[in-house]
Each structure stands twice: as structure tokens, then as C-alpha cells.
Design a protein. Structure first.
Ligand code: ADP
Ligand code: ZN
Length: 303
């Protein structure tokens, strides 16, 4: 099987070729410019690769509603040129293969469920804490879409008692992303996150906000793994702070050993490291290929 994978981010696109065993043979990266330039690069890259399906995990918001006239488009992004861009449609004109299409964070959650930290369980959440905050939701063996798709990065937060920072989300001010994404850390402390020492008070405040979102998500979705990725989580001292604050928030109410005894294995970094999104796109492509085989009446033997 030869499957194309696209991790479409707001800063860069990563394209790769892999197979159903989770082996990525090669990959390239392009900066995210105007859609005609970036998608032109993507199409050129895949043009001589002979892929049998393509999986895409995209920045958003995106239209995931099968049957919608704008299915496969990026909807309302402030990113110049990309609002209403018919991303999937443009690729379909060049390559008539099955497609997997989902958000970047749902793709990462799926990659982690198939090959990473949530392998062997049927539910996980994948958070990215980076330029923005996003959450992918995989539960009962399926990615959650619903009305649009989960947007857990914009959940409302209770303010840290020592934090007077107003927040920078253009929609909500002090939502999770407005308080805890990389640019919020930089705006609050006038220094980039990676320049702040590991014992800086910034990290207690950061953990306080992330742990609220994680505790709420545990209460709502009851995931078997919570995976925290993205640039900011490169601060590995955040993990113990977040686990402790989650336990404090839940205060014994969720009586599962995963939380009361083994929270170190419950709230974890991505098993696939920085490549969760690309592996996730690959897994979406593999799934699209297999679904197409099944609906064509093949592929039911030996699987
Ligand atoms: P993106 O979200 O754009 O895909 P990243 O996940 O790398 O990219 O997130 C970028 C953000 O994370 C920036 O705001 C950057 O300052 C912050 N960041 C990256 N690395 C670190 C680090 N080691 N410590 C703290 N913040 C970091
Ligand atoms: Zn917001």
C-alpha cells in the first residue's frame, strides 16, 4: 500500500508517503503561503508518487459534513487567502483516489490511537498547545465531528488568582487559547516561552489553565488517555504540574485507578512525538483506502 499523508498547518505543510504499517518512507515540508502556491507544491510533490489514497489533517475550522456543498473546504480562517478555500476539491481534481479528511488535531488523535500513546484503547484526547490550542476527540473507536468539530481550545477558564493578564483570543479574550497558547505566554511575560526558566512562575499558571480544560474533558468524555502535544509542551516540567492540578480539580470524584494511582500513564506526551499529525494523516489515508476497498466488495478477507 502506498498512501499519501498531508499535515496541513497554519505555518507549514508536511507531506509524506507511507504504508498501512505506520512506516513513513519520505516526507517534505512547505511553508503555508497563499493556497495556490502551497497546494501547487503539494500537487507537484504527489504527482509522480503513485499514491493509492491520501489522508489530510488540516488546520481549520474546516467543513467535515458529508453532503455539505462546502465539504472539504477550510471555512472561516483569518489566514489570508484560505477562507473558503476548497482544499479537498482542488486535490481531487489532480488525484482521483480515496481521501481521508479531518482536522489536524483529530488526525493527531487518530494517529496516536492507531500507532502511538493510545494504541490498544478505544478513546483518547489529543491537545496541541502551540500557536493556538486545539483538541482532537477519539471515542468509542471514532473521531468526533458532531455539529462542526470539537473546538476545545476555546473552552472558558477560571482565572488564576495571581493572573491579571486579560487574554488574547480575538473572540473570547481569556478562553484557554487566549490564556495558555504560546503567544499568550509571550504576551503575558514579554518573553518567549522557551526563554523562560523551568522554575518560572509562568509554568504554574500555564498548568493551572491546561489542567482545568483536561479535568473538564475527563468529566465530559471520560477518555482512556489524554495526550498533550505542541511546542509549549516541550516544557516537560509541565506534565507533573498538570497531573497534580488535574487530580486536585477532580478531588477524588472520578474514582478510576488511571487517575487516582496511575495518572503518569494517563496524561502523557505524544507517543509519535512531533509527528503525531503526519502519522494521523497517514492513518486517515489508510482508513480511506480500506473503506473504499470494502465498499467495492473487496478487502473483507483476511482483515
Ligand atoms: P504550531 O502550533 O504553529 O504548529 P508549535 O506547536 O511548535 O507550532 O507551537 C509554536 C508555539 O509554541 C510558539 O508560540 C512558541 O513560542 C511555543 N514554543 C515552542 N517551543 C517551545 C518551548 N520549548 N517552550 C515553550 N514554548 C514553546
Ligand atoms: Zn477563544
Amino acid at each position: 500500500m502506498r498512501i499519501g499523508a498531508i499535515e496541513a498547518g497554519g505555518t507549514k505543510f508536511i507531506c509524506g508517503i507511507g504504508n498501512e504499517h505506520g512506516v513513513i518512507e519520505e516526507s517534505v515540508s512547505f511553508p503555508t503561503e497563499q493556497p495556490n502556491i502551497t497546494l501547487g507544491n503539494v500537487i507537484r510533490y504527489f504527482s509522480d508518487k503513485g499514491v493509492e489514497a491520501i489522508g489530510i489533517g488540516s488546520f481549520g475550522p474546516i467543513d467535515l459534513q458529508q453532503g455539505s456543498p462546502t465539504y472539504g473546504s477550510i471555512t472561516t480562517t483569518p489566514k489570508p487567502g484560505w477562507s473558503s478555500c476548497n482544499f479537498l476539491g482542488l486535490l481531487q481534481q489532480s488525484f482521483q483516489v480515496p481521501y481521508g479528511w479531518d482536522t489536524d488535531v483529530n488526525a493527531a488523535a487518530y494517529g496516536e490511537a492507531v500507532w502511538g500513546a493510545a494504541k490498544g484503547v478505544s478513546s483518547c484526547l489529543y491537545y496541541t498547545i502551540g500557536t493556538g490550542v486545539g483538541v482532537g476527540v477519539f471515542t468509542e473507536g471514532r473521531l468526533v465531528h458532531g455539529l462542526v468539530h470539537p473546538e476545545g481550545g476555546h473552552m472558558l477558564t477560571r482565572r488564576h488568582p495571581q493572573d491579571e493578564f486579560p487574554g488574547i483570543c480575538p473572540y473570547h479574550g481569556d478562553c484557554l487559547e487566549g490564556m495558555a497558547a504560546g503567544p499568550a505566554i509571550e504576551a503575558r511575560w514579554k518573553q518567549k516561552g522557551f526563554e523562560l526558566p523551568a522554575d518560572h512562575p509562568a509554568w504554574d499558571i500555564e498548568a493551572y489553565y491546561i489542567a482545568q480544560a483536561v479535568a473538564n474533558a475527563i468529566l465530559l468524555v471520560s477518555p482512556q488517555k489524554v495526550i498533550l502535544g505542541g511546542g509549549v509542551m516541550g516544557q516537560s516540567q509541565l506534565f507533573p504540574l498538570i497531573r497534580e492540578a488535574v487530580r486536585k480539580n477532580l478531588n477524588g470524584y472520578v474514582s478510576a485507578a488511571a487517575i487516582t494511582e496511575n495518572i503518569d500513564q494517563h496524561i502523557v506526551p505524544p507517543g509519535l512525538g512531533h509527528q503525531a499529525g503526519l502519522y494521523g494523516a497517514l492513518a486517515l489515508g489508510v482508513r480511506a483506502y480500506e473503506q473504499a476497498q470494502m465498499s467495492a466488495g473487496r478487502g473483507l478477507t483476511g482483515k
